[in-house]
Each structure stands twice: as structure tokens, then as C-alpha cells.
Design a protein. Sequence first.
Length: 432
Amino acid sequence: MSKSKVVTLGLQHVLAMYAGSVVVPLIIGGALKLNPAQMAYLISADLFTCGLATLLQVLGTRFLGIRLPVVLGCTFTAVGPIIAIGTTANLPTAFGAIIIAGIAVMLLAPVFGRVLKLFPTVVTGSVVTVIGLSLIPVAMNNAAGGQGSPDFGRPVNLLLALCTLLVILVVNRLFSGFIRAISVLIGLIVGTIAGYFLGMVKFSSVSQASWVSVVHPLYFGLPVFNVAAIVTMIVVCLVSMVESTGVYFALSKVTDAELTDADVVRGLRAEGVAIVLGGLFNTFPYTTFSQNVGLVSMTGVKKRSVIVAAGVILVLFGFLPKIAALTTVIPTSVLGGAMVAMFGMVVASGMNILANVDFRRQENMLVVACSIAVGLGSAVVPQIFDHVPDTLKMLLQNGIVTGSVTAVVLNVLLNWRGERHTVPAVDAMSEA
């Protein structure tokens, strides 16, 4: 295969995951009121670290990397917790938690089989569903123009969000393959163009951004280590480990590769290193993106060289702040419209996982019902914990943590001899 074809196919992988990757820092940065310069850095650092993480997995060493054609990006699982930590504490606290969680993933990788037993299908499906449901209010606030914005709820914001959502739906209805894979990206582009003609897009941040810049660690300051934040992020990474393991097995079938326990350990260990890099470069936890697995299946191109090219392209994008700044001009309501589809897909993916659960058993019904109710309640009405100590408050106000703990504990109590674990073969976060 010629070098030009390798680069072109690599760029296709980048486009397939680009929207899912950059939307995470856009959502988090917007929720935490970061300025345009900070947002541009966040996106540059994210793209740069995505590239490093991907190269680490694909090239691998004796101890790290699954050496399959996988692409890594930010996990949607972390969006809610990072916003919660950043709001109740600050970003350095979130990055400190990410670093420790990455170390925990590396340490847990060899014994993950035992930890995996705590996350059977009924638990994983419940947690993924809670994640999606707890993010829906974020999508709706953004669709209205952004919480606290002076034009919150104006009809023009709602129409722009609806326009973006309709474009995504139409692309999914009329197209297939690669075009469908980048439907969110197309929706964001069309929505932003519409926003430009409505006077809602300003390019000042792009003109002020430099052409070339170097991503450097600890941009937002030294990491702060908080027990509650660390526990929260470890739970997030445990869920991500379950999802990534499922993607590994799905990809092994696509590529006809024999996957051993040692391969899975190396893959998860590499993800742990990637998560630590995310904390050091002030980005987010990373996971294997399943839409790129679908792209491998669709194209039939299984060469690792293509993914290496994708990793190099992502690293290069990280050195080009104008590309990062260009994504910050997207109107908040356009992001909100895309989020409705993406976060709704997270809910649907959780329900898809739960479809494999035997709901004829009352125990499974109780696990799902209580975990979703507790998780969603904590996320939507966090003020019920206003009078508990601050350390506990950060944990209890996080719906993913309360929902996950409820699901794990109830499953142990009610299903000790219940269903055998089946690893879900879809990463609900990246599929969104």
C-alpha cells in the first residue's frame, strides 16, 4: 500500500473520531466557563494526547499496547464527573484524580478478571444508562444557549439546536458507511455555518491563536489530590476498562487475531499510561473508540500502519492551535443539538446492554431500578446532599458514583449466584 493511501486512510480514522474527541473538552470547558485561550489549549492538548495514546497502543512494547488497529480518544464517561469535580473544587483536582486513576488502571490490569466480576452486564448496563441520563440536562442547557447566558432559552438558540439535530438525523437516514460515521461532525459544521449567518459566530479567537505551539504539561497548575475526586475517577475508569475489553474482543474478530489474556492486560495497561498522560497534559481519561473498529470492519483495511498514520496526524494537529481554536467558534446551542443525539445514544447503548439481562428475575429488576433511580436522583437533585461533609458531598452528588455503587452492592447482595458476566462489545461513550 502506498504512503499516500496510508495517510488518506489514517485521516479517515481521524475524521471518524474527531467530533467525539473534541466535543468532550468543548463540553467540559464550556461548563467550567474557560476562556477561549484555555479552550484552545484544552483541545490542542486533547488531540496531541489522543495521538500519543493511539501510537502507544498500536506500536506497543513487551509490556504495553495491544498492537491491534485501535484509536484512543476521550471517554464520555468522564464528562459528568469532571464537570462535578471542576465545579465543586477546581480543574487541578480533576487532573490529580485522573493521574491517580490512570495509575490504578495500570495496577489493576493484571488482576482485572477479578474486578470484572463486580461489573456484570446488569451493572455495566445500569451505569452506562445512568451516565447518559445524567448528561441529558447538560445537553438541554446548552441547546438553550448555555446555563447562565443572557440569551438563555431564546427561540434562535432552540431553532439552531434543532437544526443541528435534524442534520445529524438526516445524514444518518440517507447515508451509510463513512458519511454516517461523521454525521455529528457534519451537523456541527452545518449548525455553525447557520450560526454564522445569524451573527452568532466570532472568529476573533482563531485570528488571535498562533499557527504553531507546543503542548506542555501542567498548564492549569500542579495537580491537587482529593480522595473523593480520586474515588470518582477510579469508578469512571473501571467502567471504561470493561468497555475497552469488549472492544478488544470485537476488534480481534474483525482482524482475525487471536487475543490472549496477556494481550488484554497490555492493552489495559497502555490505557492506564494514556490516562496518566491525560492528567499530566491537563486533558482527560482515554479509552478505545469503537467507531474506529466499525471503520476497520467497513473498509477491510486491517494494517496497523494506517492507525500509526492516524496517531501521527493527531499529534500534528495538537501542535496547530488554529485548528483547535476553530472548534471553539461553534455556538453553544449547536453543541447542545449535537449533545441531544450523542447523549441520547449513550442512554440507548446502556439499554442495549441491558437487553442481554434476564428481566424475568426480580433481582435484576431491582438492581437496574434502584441504581438508575439513585444515580439519576443524585445528578438531577444534588442539593439534597448540601448538609453532608464536603468530601462526601463530591461523591454523593455524582450520579455515576452513587449509581455505580448501588448497582455493584445490590448485584452482590441479590445476584451472588446470578448471571455470568458478559463483556459488552460496544463502547457506549465513543459510539455516541
